[in-house]
Design a binder for this molecule. Structure first.
Ligand code: GLU
Length: 303
């Protein structure tokens, strides 16, 4: 089921043991892909005598539910995963996220964006050469970037809903060229500009994935972020935020994704790949390890 092979990495000579984490969002049932990601993070920490942490990424109150969180914890324990207590909860970290945003506001690196999704779509359709992001999706055309500050303040005072976007061009001017290290892929030049002005605080949620994950990985002292290769591109944005917020840059390992029987990437809505489904059918954690091609013995012996 695995696409290609991953090798559990070890720190370079003289580097301390890795601190890794698994950071799921309780917005559905965990599937085989999550199991792989969690086991990979745990085994990487174990292989070098490091630490393995869990962070519940529950900032999106429109999608996260208590019953998914409970199911998630049960499934992870059933798999044999043990993390350092207590698990961090992202929704309790609002002050830290707001502090980071306030710092970027003071540095004039973010701006309020009042656009609706529809307005953004229309603007992109009307534009002859809308820039596109790394996965081909059009990026935000920058409509609110040049908005007069007084006008923006008046709209905020009137209570008009707004997000906060990073002025990525200005941010990169401040930082200059940046790099980050992917254990599998080597050193990467940071290409944060490809995403355009990403949202750092949503209209409905006072932070965003990019901001929260960057601030929280640093706060937990994570030194190796292991996660699926679908998040490889997002790391460019995280690297830029680390530079702007004076946060340390961990190593990264973007592992292979687990595909379903149809060769497609697994999604939380594919119930037949969920750990819950396997448990209900009486399967054992060992059979899940086997499906993943990831045995504790093989994974800890590699490196
Ligand atoms: N919470 C994210 C997710 O469930 C993962 C975050 C990360 O590993 O950086 O997709």
């Amino acid at each position: 089921m695995l696409r290609g092979e991953d090798v559990v990495p070890l720190p370079d000579a003289g580097e301390p043991p890795f601190v890794t984490r698994f950071a799921p969002s309780p917005s559905g049932l965990l599937h085989l892909g999550h199991a792989y990601s969690a086991l990979f993070a745990q085994q990487t920490a174990q292989a070098c005598g490091g630490r393995f942490l869990l962070r519940i990424e529950d900032i999106d109150h429109t999608r996260c539910r208590a019953e998914f969180e409970q199911a998630m914890l049960d499934d992870l324990r059933w798999l044999g995963l043990r993390w350092e207590a207590p698990a961090a909860r992202q929704s309790t970290r609002g002050d830290a996220h707001q502090g980071a945003l306030a710092r970027l506001k003071r540095a004039a690196l973010v701006y309020p964006c009042f656009c609706t999704r529809q307005q953004i779509r229309t603007e992109i359709q009307q534009s002859a050469s809308a820039p596109h992001g790394p996965s081909g999706e059009p990026v935000y055309p920058g409509t609110c970037r040049g908005l007069d500050a007084g006008e923006a303040d008046r709209r905020i005072a009137r209570g008009q809903p707004h997000a906060w976007r990073l002025d990525v061009t200005r941010a990169l001017e401040r930082t200059g060229p940046l790099f980050w290290h992917d254990v599998r892929g080597g050193w990467q030049a940071c290409r944060a500009a490809d995403f355009g002005d990403v949202v750092l605080a949503r209209k409905d949620i006072p932070t965003s994935y990019h901001l929260a994950v960057t601030v929280d990985d640093a706060a937990q002292g994570v030194t190796l972020v292991t996660r699926g290769e679908d998040l490889f591109q997002a790391t460019h944005v995280h690297r830029l935020l680390q530079a702007l917020l004076d946060l340390p840059t961990p190593h990264y390992y973007h592992h292979n994704l687990v595909a379903g029987a149809d060769g497609q990437r697994l999604a939380k809505r594919n119930r037949s790949a969920s750990l819950r489904y396997f448990r209900e059918r009486g399967e054992t954690p060992e059979s899940v390890f086997e499906k993943l091609g990831l045995t504790p013995q093989r994974a800890t012996a590699a490196g």
